[in-house]
Design a protein around this ligand. Structure first.
Ligand SMILES: Nc1ncnc2c1ncn2[C@@H]1O[C@H](COP(=O)(O)OP(=O)(O)OP(=O)(O)O)[C@@H](O)[C@H]1O
Length: 362
């Protein structure tokens, strides 16, 4: 299968990264350097420029301290053509452009990158909100309609919460109608998508050497069939609490390993394996949906102390058309090795890729 190709990444005033452009070859680019060298920042910038997405809520954190604005640009080959994706960042502001034309996040190609990070273990051991965010982010990328319905649903929940806080019992039937329609759509979509996500995660977990079977299920606070009745039956409680307690915004993606919930019973290593399985499933689902393999970004493969999981990560990187892998030691089998130091990235072997770094705009 062909893949998305990030041919160049340019940054200006992005966190601690020195301004400039890095050119990336096909295959694996290994980025190694000490802690704090800017390796994660590089992957974060690449993910943002490729997808328009970031999970940082205060965008000014992404802007180099002392500066007011930052900029990232990806030159991306996808679907047989080259496009230039630009992101401008300021205080609370993110402006996207594709080929020079203003765009919204939904206009960017949705299957262009997958990012695997050490903190993915939180998907297993953290609260339900993290797993919901994983599922919602993935489904929004698989279906633009899902993303739109989810945004409408979330707006409706917060408006309904305001009405509940104001004790507007008389207005509830209007909010309930809207909530049931949108929430039912979301639950149905999640149920449909879960079948394939479960298969792929289970396969990946086994490929990682786990002897316990991984099963993904939805723990729902209501069902499409009973949503309206459940809202009505909890009306008094919701008015007292001033918040909506029933609906897909309260659901959990339950991860069961063997017989037990992974979050409560899995060892740290088993949980890490489950998190990797979820990311590998994300990669496969996006590739199936868009017919191209995403660019794979792997942050700190050296954080993986287990040799099996380390090998799995490196094999995964080698199996996709393009991957960027960071670590505190050099990455075996890389087509290009970059040494990270103080936000600068220097090709280890200058003959590998000519001019891997040039000045922005040069
Ligand atoms: N907005 C910002 N302005 C300037 N520097 C920043 C900004 N945000 C983060 N940094 C700095 O960027 C540095 C590099 O962080 P990064 O997480 O990329 O390092 P790393 O190479 O991935 O390290 P590790 O191996 O420990 O994960 C940190 O020292 C941090 O203080």
């Amino acid at each position: 299968m062909v893949g998305v190709h990030l041919s160049a990444l340019s940054t200006l005033n992005y966190r601690n990264l020195a301004p400039g452009t890095l050119n990336f070859p096909a295959g694996v680019t290994g980025v190694y350097g000490e802690n704090g060298a800017g390796k994660t920042n590089l992957l974060e910038a690449a993910y943002l420029a490729l997808t328009g997405l970031t999970d940082v809520t205060r965008l000014e954190q992404l802007v180099q301290s002392g500066e007011r604005e930052a900029y990232v640009r990806a030159d991306v080959q996808q679907g047989g053509s080259l496009s230039i994706q630009e992101v401008g960042l300021g205080r609370g502001r993110r402006q996207l452009k594709v080929d020079g034309v203003r765009a919204r996040a939904g206009d960017l190609p949705r299957g262009s990158a997958v990012w695997i990070r050490p903190e993915d273990s939180e998907l297993v051991f953290g609260p339900p909100a993290g797993r919901r965010a994983y599922l919602d982010a993935l489904l929004s990328r698989l279906s633009a309609r899902y993303g739109q319905q989810l945004a409408r649903y979330e707006r409706t929940v917060s408006q309904r919460n305001a009405a509940l806080k104001a004790g507007e019992d008389w207005a509830m039937h209007v909010w309930d109608d809207a909530l049931v329609k949108l929430g039912t759509d979301i639950m149905s979509f999640r149920r449909r998508a879960l079948t394939r996500l479960n298969e792929l995660s289970c396969e990946a977990n086994a490929a990682l050497g786990s002897r316990k079977e991984l099963t993904l299920t939805l723990t729902e606070s209501t069902t499409p069939e009973t949503y309206a009745a459940d809202l009505a039956s909890r009306r008094a409680e919701e008015l007292a609490r001033g918040s909506t307690v029933t609906g897909p915004h309260r659901d959990d993606l339950t991860l069961t390993l063997g017989e037990f919930p992974a979050g409560e019973y899995a060892s740290r290593g088993e949980g890490r394996t489950v998190a990797l399985a979820l990311r590998r499933a994300e990669l496969e689902l996006l590739a199936e949906r868009f017919g191209e393999r995403p660019v794979l970004l792997i942050d700190d493969f050296t954080a993986e102390l287990d040799p099996g999981r380390r090998a799995f990560l490196l094999n995964l990187a080698a199996s996709v058309p393009q991957a960027i892998v960071t670590g505190t030691e050099s990455v075996p089998g890389a087509a290009l090795a970059l040494h990270a130091n103080g936000g600068r990235f220097t090709p280890e072997d200058h003959s590998t890729v000519e001019g891997a770094r040039t000045k922005v705009g040069a």
